[in-house]
Design a protein around this ligand. Structure first.
Ligand SMILES: NC(=O)C1=CN([C@@H]2O[C@H](COP(=O)(O)OP(=O)(O)OC[C@H]3O[C@@H](n4cnc5c(N)ncnc54)[C@H](O)[C@@H]3O)[C@@H](O)[C@H]2O)[C@@H](O)CC1
Ligand SMILES: Nc1ncnc2c1ncn2[C@@H]1O[C@H](COP(=O)(O)OP(=O)(O)O)[C@@H](O)[C@H]1O
Ligand SMILES: [K+]
Length: 512
């Protein structure tokens, strides 16, 4: 996992408002720029000390991102680095703080479009930051491509100021072309575009520097997007109580598929136990009872054929969380089973819907939303991109201008359920507007059954009565951390096996 960031994630608009509020409260804009440049110069000299380089090229753009570049150039020169500056814009076209920063640079400035990278040990990308408003034009794109080629061929480092130029700070999309950085130093808070793909892949090592904007600048921004890290859900993490018993830790029910599709549900069931549910029962079609029973020890097995059978098993109201979907099969019967799992009742039962529990409703998503909206407890849906597209066609945009975060939020609002949109940049969105983005997950997670384990972890946390949004966020983090602990060669079973180590780490941090 990357080093910790502040919890809140901003859009570029929110960041601009935080800047404005800070400046209006009396902090000079130039002092923010100086602090930003100090952070850039520090990151740069740390890399150069490691690589024993001295020669730096700073590429400056037309706005304040370029201004940061000019100031960083001056600070690095004062530290006796050999610094060259190249500008995308004629200097007489610069305005405001950027013009002031350029005026304080004491050496000649070349044109960025014609600059050479020969003999350079490190380049600073100060072309565009959070003010990027449109796709890069052909000149800027050509420069970015030249910079990327130089980096790849020379093996030298690129440090991005605020965000790699060309990455949209809010959506993470590449606007025509985008710089590939080894390190990105952003300011105050990370932006959504740093964590969403493909933006995250352009950032390299991302750090967030304090530049004199007070946390109170967040007060009027109504921030609802958070980095998915323990700080977000630690206070809600369920732990066994000294005076507790297995039923006080909740009873999760996992619904199994037919005789040839039982492995997925068994993975979910084992993961639910490892996530801390006091009891886990597998509701199995009678034809699969023998195979399920022979493969399970701590998970209980009960016969349950179709929706009717499921209703009977669920009549025990201690079963307070249901996981359904892995290995279920796409069918009308599956729809009926999902409706049974979500049926209104007097007590609060949570549900997690994955895989075939979602795909079975592809022809009539509204039918699913009716059930999720009427459900008595929290509902979490865990689509991957394919399932999401099948189910939430209305949330997908043709123009590609909506981010994964926007889509997940819209899906959560439409369904009244928590939507965990899987992938390398897993987003969790709640119907009340809260959202989290997982900042890192190893690609070794892309293995069969890994999603079934995630479903089980969510069910286990829901059984322990954790809030739906926090349970889904926590489960995504634990799943990714378990995979990171195990490392290369991971298969789904290994995620379950590594969960106790994740718990040990979380409990140790809790005791500090
Ligand atoms: N405002 C503040 O208080 C602070 C801002 N800081 C820096 O300022 C940056 C934001 O500054 P700006 O708002 O000036 O924005 P940028 O410097 O990111 O760029 C805006 C400029 O680029 C032009 N532009 C936008 N998209 C373009 C495109 N595709 N092709 C060509 N030109 C394009 C705009 O017309 C404008 O002139 C941040 O990223 C950060 O680096 C820091 O100095 C910290 C404090
Ligand atoms: N490239 C990747 N990087 C990180 N995590 C990934 C990547 N690809 C998939 N994952 C994660 O692995 C899990 C795969 O789930 P899913 O697609 O449902 O697989 P399955 O159906 O085989 O269980 C999800 O948690 C997803 O976020
Ligand atoms: K930049």
């Amino acid at each position: 996992m990357p080093s910790a960031f502040p919890l809140e994630i901003l859009t570029t608009d929110q960041m601009a408002r935080a800047d404005r509020l800070t400046i209006e409260s009396g902090v000079p804009a130039m002092s923010l720029m100086e602090s930003a440049a100090v952070a850039i110069a520090r990151a740069t000299s740390q890399i150069l000390q490691r690589t024993s380089g001295r020669r730096v090229l700073v590429l400056c753009g037309p706005g304040n991102n370029g201004g940061d570049g000019f100031v960083a150039a001056r600070l690095l020169r004062a530290q006796r680095y050999k610094v060259r500056v190249a500008s995308l814009t004629p200097l007489d076209q610069l305005r405001g703080d950027a013009a002031q920063a350029a005026a304080a640079w004491p050496c000649p400035v070349s044109s960025a479009l014609e600059c050479s990278f020969d003999g350079i040990d490190l380049a600073i990308d100060a072309l565009f930051g959070t003010g990027l408003a449109r796709d890069l034009d052909s000149n800027a794109s050509a420069l970015v491509r030249r910079l990327n080629r130089w980096r790849r061929e020379s093996g030298q480092n690129v440090v991005a100021v605020d965000i790699p130029s060309g990455v949209d700070g809010t959506t993470g999309a590449v606007r025509g072309a985008a710089v590939e950085a080894d390190a990105t130093v952003t300011f105050f808070r990370v932006k959504t575009g740093h964590l969403l793909l493909p933006g995250r892949l352009h950032c390299g090592a991302l750090t967030c520097a304090h530049i004199g904007i007070r946390p109170s600048a967040l007060d009027s921004l109504a921030v609802e997007t958070f980095v998915n890290m323990p700080q977000l859900w630690r206070a809600a993490l369920p732990l066994p109580q000294v005076d507790g018993h297995k039923y006080s830790r909740g009873h999760a029910l996992v619904v199994s598929g037919g005789a040839s599709f039982t492995g997925a549900a068994r993975l979910s069931a084992a993961a639910a136990l490892r996530a801390g549910a006091g009891l886990v029962t597998l509701a199995s079609p009678i034809e699969a009872l023998a195979v399920n029973a022979s493969a399970l020890t701590s998970v209980m097995v009960r016969p349950a054929d179709g929706a009717k059978g499921l209703a009977k098993v669920l009549s025990d109201e201690r079963k307070n969380a249901v996981a359904i979907g892995p290995g279920l099969g796409v069918s009308e019967e599956s729809c009926a089973q999902v409706e049974t799992a979500l049926a209104p009742q007097a007590y609060r039962r949570a549900a997690v819907l994955d895989a075939d529990a979602l795909s079975s409703f592809a022809g009539d998503p509204e039918r699913l939303w009716r059930a999720t909206r009427a459900a008595p407890g929290p509902v979490v849906m865990t689509p991957h991109a394919g399932e999401f597209a099948r189910l939430f066609a209305a949330c997908e945009s043709d123009c590609g201008c909506r981010s994964k975060l926007d889509k997940a939020r819209e899906a959560a609002r439409a369904s009244g359920a928590v939507v965990l949109f899987k992938g390398a940049d897993t987003v969790v969105a709640a119907p009340d507007g809260r959202a989290s983005i997982l900042p890192y997950a190893t690609p070794w997670l892309a293995t069969a059954g890994s999603g079934d384990v995630l479903t089980g972890v969510i069910a286990g946390l829901l059984a322990q009565r954790m809030d739906g949004f926090l349970a889904a966020s926590c489960a995504a983090w634990m799943h990714a951390r378990a995979a990171e602990i195990f490392g290369p060669g991971l298969i789904a079973d290994d995620i379950i096996a590594a969960l106790p180590q994740v718990w040990r780490e979380l409990c140790a941090a809790q005791q500090k």
